[in-house]
Design a binder for this molecule. Structure first.
Ligand SMILES: *Cc1c(COP(=O)(O)O)cnc(C)c1O
Length: 400
């Protein structure tokens, strides 16, 4: 169990910058920032946990700096709200959490392929995914030389064709791994390729292959403490896939992997993106705006310059195609989005001033702009939008 030290949340004030040593406190709320709603995060976790049977635990996936939300703050919050362990992609991501004092089990979901990485796992008490025979041997040899043991998680490829030993080779793999010193099998897992598809056929096939692989491992007498296969989509769509643990990423950040999963559970987006107006002016009809004059004013137009751009993670493809919220109203963004700035047409809104806050993602009053809107417009998925915010933006966590 995670040991609860002091509460990180000092309601109702902002907890300050997380995950961003480059940013000084003096930069807070000055130009542009990401706001993290810890109440929404905790509530999402509680609701997700309520879907699970008592034997099933929840691994919170906080790779890619907690999907752009700030891994340490997210980890601290979810571990207090029902998550029992953490998943990250890389060894440095795990080390970052340990350095922040997090004691819960941390699984590296990516592959560890060098003895240096194994040394780091031992030193920082991180758990490894073992996805090939070669890798199992390297990890075992390194552990032997150190005189250490390490919890490992066997990854079976059941149809994602990414990391893992093929489900058809599970018997041979199990035989090898169970004979290697230093490796303590903590779980066997797989990853689903199509869990967000309304048609469950491939997902079911992957599950059957998973079962078949498990049968082989069990026939060798291998004790498997935990089984897991479900990501957010499978957690929402099929309780039969929950096994001993679910690995939840996107859903805990308040987004649905697919529209048909909306009805399963109420989730609240955790992240908002905000920036300040830096200058306001009126341009005459016929005046071009921003690089290459992709926007030309048809009539005298009031514009606001905002201090955020594509170097912060606002996709440049959204130029002339996005709206933002200011003073509780939607206004169009105009002209090419620049590296550090973008412009708005604020003709419809009187009295906008430098310093006014613009919400690019998130809510103002009853209106909301979501990462899904951006994902649709840019031909990507909400996962990529969320983890696309650069570290130039301070992450500010709050408890409202
Ligand atoms: C990223 C990841 C997850 C979480 O996926 P979501 O769709 O965001 O829930 C789960 N398992 C593995 C192996 C992952 O890499």
């Amino acid at each position: 169990m995670y040991d609860i030290t002091e509460p990180i949340i000092k309601a109702p004030t902002f907890t300050g910058v997380t995950q961003n040593s480059a940013v000084d406190q003096c930069d807070l709320f000055q130009r542009a920032w990401v706001e993290i709603d810890l109440v929404a995060l905790a509530t999402n976790i509680q609701r997700l946990c309520a879907l699970l049977s008592p034997q099933t635990s929840l691994m919170a996936v906080v790779k890619a700096d907690g999907y752009g939300h700030g891994a340490v703050t997210v980890a601290q919050t979810v571990l207090r709200s029902g998550a029992s362990c953490l998943g990250v992609a890389t060894v440095p991501e795990g080390i970052q959490l340990r350095k922040a004092g997090i004691k819960a089990p941390i699984l590296i979901l990516g592959a560890v392929i060098s003895s240096e990485q194994v040394h780091a796992l031992v030193r920082w008490n991180l758990e490894a995914t073992v996805c090939s025979e070669q890798q199992a041997q390297l990890i075992s040899l390194t552990l032997e030389s150190l005189g250490k043991k390490l919890p490992i998680h066997l990854k079976i490829d059941t149809g994602m064709s990414r990391l893992g030993v093929s489900w058809e080779e599970a018997l041979q793999f199990g035989r090898l791994v169970s004979g290697l010193p230093g490796l303590e099998i903590a779980s066997v897992y797989s990853h689903l390729a199509t869990a967000d598809d309304p048609n469950p056929a491939v997902m079911q096939l992957q599950n059957q292959r998973f079962q078949r692989a498990l049968g082989h491992l069990e026939s060798l007498g291998i004790k498997i403490p935990k089984l897991h296969i479900a990501n957010s989509a499978a957690t929402l769509s099929d309780a039969k896939l929950h096994y001993d643990m679910v690995r939840v990423g996107l859903a805990m950040y308040g987004y649905y992997p697919a529209p048909h999963l909306r009805s399963r559970l109420e989730l609240t987006p955790v992240l908002s993106l905000k920036a300040k107006v830096t200058q306001v002016k009126t341009i005459p009809a016929g005046t071009g705006v921003s690089y290459n004059h992709q926007f030309i004013a048809k009539e005298p137009t009031a514009i606001a310059v905002v201090g955020i751009g594509y170097a912060d993670g606002v996709p440049r493809q959204l130029s002339n195609r996005m709206q933002v919220l200011i003073k509780g109203q939607l206004v169009p963004q105009i002209g090419a989005i620049a590296m550090d700035q973008l412009m708005l047409d604020i003709t419809s809104i009187p009295k906008v001033q430098p310093g006014d806050v613009v919400t690019l993602l998130g809510k103002q009053g009853n209106l909301e702009i979501s990462a899904e809107d951006w994902a649709q417009k840019t031909g990507t998925i909400s996962w990529e939008i969320l983890c696309g915010f650069k570290h130039r933006l301070p992450r500010v966590a709050h408890f409202h």
